[in-house]
Design a protein around this ligand. Structure first.
Ligand code: ATP
Length: 384
């Protein structure tokens, strides 16, 4: 996966200014179900206007965390503050929160307009206000023309937009989205991701989305929290999580990465030299690791940072970060191809190359003997 930056139209980083107060504060929250710690002493701050993603594998506790924010579950311990008010035990209907579920759960016997109006009618708002708000929100999600259609007459993407309209019409301050795009096909998903971000920017509501789709989180979010076993492993903007993972777990979970176990030979202020049994050359990384020589570490390098050249063209002019091998497989993905190179000691290293020409015209092909190499600024030292 290539590194992506969020498709936002303006700079937005309130978490960098310590003067800003978070809109949501989750403090040391745990949730235990019959001996299972679904969420384990988790703390997190989220700022107003963020499109925040909670990303993690199946069973890591992300839905439980979202349900505690919505009020459908009560923490076993810890506190949840929304807008500085302790909401830990506040019931869902008294929170300024709405939740959009995985299944859009539109009422099948109601039209689009009736589905969107439902919550407002329950609040017994005046008819004129309901009409105005329903029309306004359908306009926002570009579904005005479908106001009289029944849910079964809509496509998946259109149903998703109606569900979003139904969530937004109640003007929550916080919208929780549980895998909102899970049922859409790839193309529609990509389009809807953009639409969701645009809508979120326009309404200015804080969105918290649970997802196990990393590309989706990378594309849409202001920040991502990567979760594992009920805890947060790293929080940061997408590019930071991708380029500077803080652990082997995050590096491996987000995108794909080549990892090399090694021992620190030298740690200077601007570089580290590492010896790895998997590499004929020493590894050089252009940042300090601040750990003593002799310590065991892992070096990570993303496949798109690895360069590949035919051995017949001679060894690349580098002193560090190179190895050689044979092209064992090529995964053709249209825009890029992933070259699987087997080294003499049996390591499989991945290198992603853009398909600037057709695959059959690429200079490197199956069974070619190649050099692989990368620049010191493209590696990262992982210590945990
Ligand atoms: P997925 O992506 O599969 O939906 P998730 O990250 O959202 O997973 P959760 O649904 O939060 O995970 O579940 C976390 C853990 O808590 C799992 O081990 C799950 O089995 C357990 N769990 C969740 N809800 C309950 C419950 N009501 N009773 C008992 N155990 C539960």
């Amino acid at each position: 996966m290539a590194s992506k930056s969020p498709k936002r139209s303006y700079k937005f980083d309130p978490w960098l200014d310590p003067k800003n107060r978070p809109y949501i504060r989750i403090e040391n929250v745990s949730k235990e179900f019959d001996g299972t710690m679904a969420v384990n002493n988790l703390s997190l701050s989220i700022y107003q206007g963020e499109f925040f993603s909670i990303l993690g594998g199946s069973g890591c506790g992300k839905t439980t965390l979202l349900r505690m924010l919505a009020g459908f579950e009560t923490p076993t311990s810890g506190k949840i503050y929304i807008d500085d008010i302790d909401m830990t035990t506040t019931p869902p209907y008294e929170r300024p929160v709405n939740m959009m579920f995985q299944s859009y759960a539109l009422f099948p016997h109601m039209s689009v307009g009736q589905n969107v109006a439902f919550g407002l009618k329950q609040e017994k708002l005046p008819k004129a206000e309901i009409k105005e708000r329903v029309e306004g929100v359908l306009d926002l999600v570009q579904m005005s023309a479908f106001i009289n259609r029944m849910p079964h007459q809509l496509s998946g993407g259109q149903r998703q937009r109606v569900a979003l309209a139904r969530s937004l019409v109640k003007q929550p301050k916080l919208l929780l989205l549980d895998e909102p795009l899970a049922s859409l096909d790839k193309k529609l998903k990509e389009r809807t991701q953009l639409e969701l971000v645009t809508i979120q920017e326009r309404v200015g509501i804080t969105f918290i989305m649970v997802s196990h789709d990393q590309e989706e989180s990378m594309t849409m979010s202001t920040r991502i929290a990567v979760m594992n076993e009920g805890q947060i492993k790293q929080v940061g903007p997408p590019h930071e999580i991708y380029e500077f993972p803080n652990s082997r777990f995050v590096a491996d979970f987000i995108g794909s990465i080549n990892m090399f176990e090694g021992i620190i030979l030298e740690d200077a202020s601007d570089h580290v030299i590492i010896q790895s049994d998997s590499m004929p050359s020493e590894l050089c990384i252009s940042h300090s690791a601040t750990i003593p020589p002799g310590a065991s570490v892992t070096v990570g390098v993303r496949p798109e940072k690895v360069k590949i050249s035919k051995m017949s063209h001679g060894k690349p002019d580098v002193s560090y970060n190179y190895t050689s091998g044979i092209v064992d497989d090529i995964e053709y993905l249209g825009d890029v191809s992933i070259y699987h190179v087997l080294t003499a000691n049996g390591r499989r290293i991945l290198a992603t190359l853009p398909n600037l020409v057709r695959l059959t015209e690429q200079p490197v092909t199956w069974e070619d003997k190649v050099y692989l190499y990368w620049q010191p600024e493209n590696g990262i030292v992982l210590t945990v």
